[in-house]
Design a protein around this ligand. Structure first.
Ligand code: SF4
Ligand code: ZN
Length: 306
């Protein structure tokens, strides 16, 4: 039996390779919440006055974030936002899990059902030119609605559950495809693009997917285990698989590469002049040419559904 390196009494259930520790269930849960606090403090993500909206999809990362944030800062004003994307065989189950969790944690939950609010569902994009890029269009819709919902409930900070593997994948993907504008947005804290919008924070930037999964498992919190039908064959999943294979025997290297990328991003950001943004004529959100990407996509899907 392997003994926990922290309490020296219980049986260890996991090895945190980069920290060279074996941890039991209770010590792992404490380690996770402490790591979250340290990350938030390192990047000055939150101050005592903030009202934090957490975007909760129902997947392991976002539910772990909401649960651990509640534990780490019991006095912080935290609200949850869930978007029902209208995805057949997936969205209903996600919403049920989020409702269960919010109830358990006694957190105020705001649900935006896009079929009711906008009259479309993510599935509708299958009929458009975005049919091969469902996750990309879904991301644009979610980002817009999350910002809007956070503003509507008076939150000045929006926390999302992007984990370390998501970060690495997006970084590599944007690097290969030379999407420098997208690459510079991959930061732990993104200030608001326009006044009144929330700042965005990514408190799980240093958490590999397995740690979030373990936290959900050992805290027994409700998680949506149903896979989204549009995730099959997504390019990001392929990149993620390759990266996981690459770092399989060298867990420390993941942190080193993440650190190098973050340095590169700040250099790149200094070198690039921030492109000017103007308000979208439909929704008022930032846009490059007077109509934001979200409104362009919604117009398109509505014109096809008519
Ligand atoms: Fe949206 Fe893609 Fe996630 Fe499905 S897998 S919810 S389409 S981002
Ligand atoms: Zn717009």
């Amino acid at each position: 039996m392997v003994i926990c390196s922290r309490c020296k009494s219980n049986e260890a259930i996991t090895r945190i390779a980069y920290a060279k520790m074996n941890l039991c269930i209770e010590c792992f849960k404490k380690f996770y919440v402490n790591k979250l606090k340290k990350t938030i403090e390192e990047y000055h993500m939150i101050n005592g006055e903030d009202i934090v909206a957490v975007a909760v999809s129902g997947g392991k990362d976002s539910v772990a974030l909401l649960h651990a944030l509640r534990n780490a800062y019991p006095k912080l004003e935290v609200k949850a936002i869930h978007i029902n994307l209208g995805i057949e065989g997936y969205s209903k189950h996600s919403q049920e899990k989020v409702e269960e969790l919010a109830k358990q944690l006694d957190v105020e939950l705001h649900i935006v059902d896009i079929r009711k609010e906008i009259g479309i569902s993510i599935d509708d994009f299958k009929k458009t030119k975005f049919k091969g890029k469902m996750c990309s269009v879904c991301g644009t819709v979610k980002r817009h609605i999350m910002d809007e919902a956070a503003m509507n409930i008076g939150a000045n900070t929006l926390a999302t559950g992007h984990n370390m593997d998501d970060f690495m994948t997006f970084m590599v993907k944007n690097f290969i495809t030379r999407q420098w504008n997208q690459l510079v947005k991959l930061k732990p804290v993104v200030p608001p693009l326009m006044s009144g919008m929330p700042k965005k924070i990514r408190p799980l930037i240093k958490f590999p997917a397995e740690e979030n999964m373990l936290y959900c498992y050992y805290t027994k919190i409700p998680v949506n285990e149903v896979e989204c039908p549009h995730s099959k064959g997504a390019k990001t999943l392929e990149v993620m698989k390759i990266l996981n294979e690459l770092f399989k025997d060298e867990p420390n290297m993941k942190y080193q590469v993440l650190g190098s990328f973050l340095n590169l991003i700040s250099l790149l950001e200094d070198a690039m002049k921030e492109e000017g943004v103007i308000p979208c004529r439909k929704c008022g959100f930032p846009s490059k040419d007077g109509l934001c990407s979200y409104c362009k996509r919604i117009e398109l899907v509505k014109s096809i559904s008519k």
